[in-house]
Design a protein around this ligand. Sequence first.
Ligand code: AMP
Ligand code: MG
Length: 409
Amino acid sequence: MSILSVPADSISVEEALRRVLDAAPILQPAPVPLAEAGGLVLAEAIVADEDLPPFPAATMDGYAVVAADGAGWRELIGEQLAGYDAGLAVRPGTVARITTGSPLPPGADAVVMVERTTEREGRVEIGQDLIEVGENIRPIGVDMARGQQVLAAGTIIGPAEMGLLASLGIAEPIVHPRPRVAVLSTGDELVEPWETPGPGQIRDANRYALGVALAELRLPVVRSTIAPDEERATRASLLDALAVADMLITSGGVSMGQRDLVKGLLDELATVRFGRLFMKPGKPLHFATVADEKLIFGLPGNPVSALVGFEIFVRPALLKLAGHRQPTRPRISVELAHPITPGDRPEFQRATVRQGPDGRLVATTTGAQGSSRLASLVGANALLALPARREPFEAGEKVEAILTGALAG
Ligand code: AMP
Ligand code: MG
């Protein structure tokens, strides 16, 4: 098998990703209101400063009893519902009605579920002979004990983590904030989606496509602009975006054309870390930094190149900024459903990966793979990472894939 090597004027995807992740700073931790913390990364470990539950609580609706009493008729002394202390004390020979989540009255040491009882005229027949001490009771601190670390620094706040933080009364967790992102489409040919393109014009797809890619990461777009292929206007748009964002994502204007102005402006305004990749699609993708704290991605204008570049480089950079410890997606092994013609650059082909009844993961590409053909990303849930080589990829051959969406059935 002959592997075609990286030309001198380009760098490999792996090297490029390394440079991106090395340069991306983790954003400084700050407190945020709990309701806004979903999806963010904890910057500090969370240690429980109280027991949960804070009191022994019934786990069933029924009667709080003295376990040693066993079966028989008992006197009903009152009712303990959730949310307050009814001030009852259960003595041998007496019981209190109790509901799930209510504090166990003093003196009681078990709860008998209502299904095993009969209540009549202020008395209750307990129909269970052997009652264990502690039965149907959630003791103090079983869910979380005071002093216990419940969440490590670096944990992503999902539904369960959010529930824990709320339970512990952490109103403003210290997290890495959401990166603020600016998006800039460049090109004299671009008009807005609701406009009718004139001769030679097309509608701007990239700002809208990238907007959704960012929305999927729950990231706010703080600027979204079209700049014409004119140097002063493009410089002004770049500077304006850099003033308000942690990351600027541009599209277009980084190839070799006369009017590819972003390229030169990045050289002028930022430190360019790479500008040419041994990769398809997306060869002219640029990455630059400003004062080691703001990141600029100059994505190619072709919509597929822009979105693939986002997936491979921008997404990991954003996750790194946001404090994620694992910013890249895992690569999995999938089987090709059909042969694929190889290329002379490593290629990310768009594919649908399905899991067959035998558990095997099988990939079918989404048709013609041209870098302007957005339809090649529609319905795709994976990028196949195909190495550059001369021999065709065969049906049944195993290749690496990055799952970008849910497995297809
Ligand atoms: P460029 O990278 O500026 O040379 O653009 C490459 C190709 O992508 C050209 O055909 C452009 O018209 C197209 N293109 C650039 N920007 C966009 C955009 N925002 N939406 C759709 N197509 C674009
Ligand atoms: Mg252009």
